[in-house]
Design a protein around this ligand. Structure first.
Ligand code: GLC
Length: 649
C-alpha cells in the first residue's frame, strides 16, 4: 500500500482531531491521501524540479483536507455514489445542455424553474456558461473573470448557486461550470496588485520589459482573435511591460510555472466543488504552459498540471470530474483524456471537435471519404475517457481539418477549410447555409464560422420542401452526436432550431464579436410551440427528445465501447460499428440527398441476427444484391430487434 509521508499524515491527523469529525470519516480521508499521494507528487516533481515539490504537495493536501472537512453530508454521499458508479457519465441515459443562465432563464433562481423543460429533453448534465463575476464592459462572454468567489451579481448569489446545484441534483442533473484557468481579467485582484507593483503578483503573469522576448515567442505563436485582438502580448502602462494576452488584451494569461498560481486555482476548485459543482470545464486548458519555439499549446506540462488539480479534487471531493476544453487538432486531442502515465488521472471528458467538424464537412460536401479517414485515424481513448459530442456550442467553428488527414486522401486541407468557411457563410455557389465569417486572418487565409445550427443548415425562413430537407439534415446531425457513444451536448436554442439573432450586435460589448449571433436569448414563446408538430420548434424538439429516449434504451451506446468507422462504404454513407458486451450495434448515416446503398454483410458480420433500426422502429433486410438502401439524409441505429424476431422492413 502506498503511503503519504509521516509528516503529511500527522498534519492531517491534527486537522481531523480539531474538526472532531467521526473516526470513520477521518479514516476515509487518510485512505484517499495515501492512495493519491504519488499521483500528486510525481507531476509536481516534473513541473517544479527547481522548487520544493514535496512541500507544495503537502500544502495542497492540507487545503484538500480543510475542504473535505467543510464538504456537506449530501456531497459526501454523492462522492460515495460516484465511486460506486465510476462510469456514470458514460451511460446512454446521459444528455447534456449548455446555456447562459441569463439568456436562458434570467437568473440562477429563474433556472430552477426551468428544470422540467430540461427534463423533457432528457437532460442530465447542465453546463452553465460563465457565471462568476467578470470584468465590467466587454468580457468575452464571461471568460474574463474579475472574482472567482462571487457570482455575477445580476444572476444571483453563492447561495443561489448552491440551491441551483442541489435542485438540479434532485432531478438527476449534474451541474457543470467553467473553470477559466488560462487567464484572468485585467481587473482581477491579482492583476490589480501586479499593476500596483507587488512583485508577488507580477510573478503571477508573464511580463516582459520590452519586445525582445515577446517577439521571439510571436515567431511561432498563432493568433486566436486576429481580428479584434491581434498579437499575443499587450503593453500595459501600469506594469511598464508587455503582458501575455493570448485572447483579448484585458485577459491576462497567468503563469502556471509559478506554483503559487497552481495553489490559487486549487482553492478555487475546492470552493466550486463544495458549492455542488460536479463537472469543471477547464477552459482554454491547451494554452496554460508556454515554451519558446512552440505554439504554446498542448505542451506536456498541461497534462501534469491537470493531474495535480484532479488529484486534489479526488482527495477532497471525489465526485468531481474534469472536462478539457481543448479545441485542438485531432492528434493533440486524445492526450487530454489521458494517455501514457496520465491514463485515468486527468480529464474524463473532452470535446470531440474533430467529429463536429467532420459532420459539417459531410453535410456540405455530401461526401464521407475524408470523414471516414480522419475519424479512423484518431487514437484510442482510455476506458473512462468520454467524448463530448456536439453539433454546435457557444463558440465559432474553427475548421480543424488536419492537413495530414486531408493530404492522405488527396485533398488540400487549406482549400477544404476555405470551402467550408465559404459554404457556411452562404457565399459558395449552391450553399443553403446562412452563417457568418469569424476572425478572417488575412495573413494565413484562415477563417472560421459563426451561426446557429438552424441558420447554418439554412432553416431560417425556409418553407415546404426546403424546410423538410433542412430539418432532415438537422435530425441527421443530431443523430450522429447522440449515436456516437459519447455524451451529446445541445447548445441552448438548438432544441427549438433557433435561427441567428439578427440583433446580436446591439448589446454593448458584443458589436465586434459575431459569436453572439448564435447565443440567442431563449425565446419562451417559441418554446411554447414545442409540442406542436406543425411548427419547426415542435419538429426539432420532438426529434431531440426522441433521440434521447431511444439512446437511453440502448445499452450498446455506453461510451466505453468505441465507435469504429467502416472504411469501405459508399461515398455518401458514414457507418460505425460498436462492440459492447450488451450487444453489437451499427450506426449508418446517409449524408446525401439521394438514396444510398450499404452492404448488409457489415450488419450480418457483427452477428446481428434480426436487424432493426431503433430510431425508425423498423426491421432491415437486404435485396438480392446484398444491399440495403438508405433514404436521403437518414440515420439508422441498427441493433438486434429486442424481442429477437426476424422482421422484414
Ligand atoms: C474558450 C471559450 C471561448 C473563450 C476562450 C477564452 O475557448 O470557449 O468562448 O473566448 O476560451 O476564455
Amino acid at each position: 500500500m502506498m503511503r503519504a509521508p509521516e509528516q503529511v499524515r500527522r498534519t492531517t491527523a491534527a486537522h481531523l482531531r480539531e474538526s472532531r469529525c467521526t473516526a470513520e470519516h477521518g479514516r476515509a480521508l487518510l485512505v484517499r491521501i495515501d492512495r493519491f499521494w504519488d499521483d500528486l507528487l510525481q507531476p509536481l516533481e516534473r513541473l517544479y524540479p527547481d522548487g520544493d515539490p514535496g512541500a507544495v504537495a503537502a500544502d495542497l493536501v492540507e487545503r484538500a483536507t480543510r475542504a473535505y472537512l467543510e464538504r456537506t453530508d449530501d456531497l459526501h454521499l454523492l462522492d460515495y455514489k460516484r465511486a460506486l458508479t465510476p462510469d456514470w457519465l458514460q451511460q446512454p441515459g446521459q444528455v447534456g445542455y449548455a446555456c447562459y443562465a441569463d439568456r436562458f432563464a434570467g437568473t440562477l433562481m429563474g433556472l430552477t424553474e426551468k428544470v422540467d423543460y430540461l427534463s423533457e429533453l432528457g437532460v442530465t448534465y447542465l453546463h452553465l456558461m460563465p457565471a462568476l463575476k467578470p470584468r465590467d464592459g466587454d468580457n468575452d462572454g464571461g471568460y474574463a473573470i474579475a472574482d472567482y468567489r462571487t457570482i455575477r451579481p445580476d444572476l444571483g448569489t453563492t447561495d443561489d448557486l448552491r440551491h441551483l446545484a442541489t435542485t438540479l441534483r434532485g432531478h438527476g442533473i449534474s451541474l457543470v461550470m467553467d473553470l477559466v484557468l488560462n487567464h484572468v481579467a485585467r481587473e482581477h485582484e491579482w492583476a490589480e496588485r501586479a499593476r500596483s507593483g507587488e512583485q508577488r503578483y507580477r510573478d503571477y503573469f508573464h511580463i516582459f520589459p520590452d519586445r525582445t522576448v515577446p517577439d521571439a515567442y510571436e515567431r511561432t505563436l498563432p493568433e486566436v482573435f486576429p481580428d479584434f485582438a491581434p498579437g499575443n502580448f499587450t503593453w500595459d502602462e501600469d506594469l511598464q511591460g508587455w503582458v501575455w494576452t493570448t485572447f483579448n488584451e484585458w485577459q491576462w494569461d497567468v503563469n502556471w510555472a509559478n506554483p503559487d498560481v497552481l495553489t490559487e486555482y486549487v482553492d478555487i476548485i475546492l470552493f466550486l466543488a463544495n458549492l455542488g459543482v460536479e463537472v469543471l470545464r477547464l477552459d482554454a486548458i491547451a494554452f496554460t504552459w508556454k515554451r519558446m519555439g512552440t505554439t504554446c499549446q498542448n505542451e506536456p506540462e498541461v497534462h501534469d498540471l491537470t493531474q495535480v488539480l484532479r488529484t486534489v479534487a479526488r482527495i477532497a471531493a471525489s465526485a468531481v470530474v474534469f472536462k478539457a476544453e481543448a479545441i485542438v487538432g485531432p492528434r493533440d486531442l486524445v492526450p487530454y483524456l489521458g494517455v501514457g502515465r496520465h491514463v485515468g488521472r486527468v480529464s474524463d471528458l473532452a470535446y470531440h471537435n474533430s467529429l463536429m467538424v467532420q459532420i459539417w464537412s459531410m453535410l456540405a460536401s455530401q461526401e464521407t471519404f475524408l470523414a471516414r479517414h480522419a475519424l479512423t485515424s484518431l487514437p484510442a481513448t482510455p476506458p473512462l475517457g468520454t467524448w463530448i459530442t456536439y453539433v454546435r456550442c457557444h463558440d465559432d467553428i474553427g475548421w480543424a481539418i488536419d492537413d495530414r488527414d486531408a493530404g492522405e486522401v488527396g485533398v488540400s486541407g487549406f482549400e477544404h477549410r476555405r470551402f467550408l468557411a465559404r459554404w457556411y457563410d452562404g457565399s459558395f455557389p449552391g450553399s443553403w447555409a446562412d452563417g457568418m465569417l469569424f476572425q478572417v486572418n488575412e495573413q494565413t487565409g484562415d477563417m472560421r464560422t459563426s451561426g446557429t445550427t438552424a441558420s447554418l443548415l439554412g432553416m431560417g425562413g425556409a418553407t415546404g420542401e426546403r424546410l423538410d430537407t433542412a430539418l432532415s439534415r438537422y435530425v441527421l446531425a443530431h443523430a450522429m452526436i447522440y449515436g456516437w457513444g459519447g455524451l451529446p451536448v445541445i447548445w441552448s436554442g438548438d432544441e427549438l432550431a433557433t435561427p441567428n439573432d439578427p440583433n446580436w450586435a446591439d448589446e454593448p460589448g458584443h458589436e465586434d464579436d459575431n459569436r453572439w449571433a448564435h447565443r440567442p436569448r431563449l425565446d419562451w414563446t417559441a418554446a411554447e410551440r414545442r409540442h406542436d408538430r406543425r411548427t419547426v420548434e415542435g419538429r426539432a424538439f420532438a426529434a431531440l427528445s426522441h433521440l434521447a429516449h431511444v439512446r437511453t434504451s440502448l445499452p450498446q451506446l455506453h461510451a466505453q465501447a468505441p465507435s469504429r468507422v467502416v472504411r469501405d462504404t459508399d461515398n455518401g454513407i458514414l457507418a460505425a460499428i460498436r462492440e459492447h458486451p450488451s450487444g453489437p450495434m451499427v450506426t449508418v448515416y446517409n449524408v446525401t440527398e439521394s438514396w444510398r446503398p450499404f452492404a448488409y454483410a457489415v450488419v450480418a458480420g457483427m452477428g446481428i441476427g434480426s436487424p432493426w433500426n431503433a430510431l425508425g422502429d423498423h426491421g432491415i433486410a437486404p435485396g438480392e444484391d446484398g444491399l440495403v438502401w438508405l433514404p436521403p439524409l437518414s440515420a439508422w441505429w441498427i441493433v438486434d430487434r429486442p424481442d429477437g424476431q426476424g422482421v422484414v422492413g
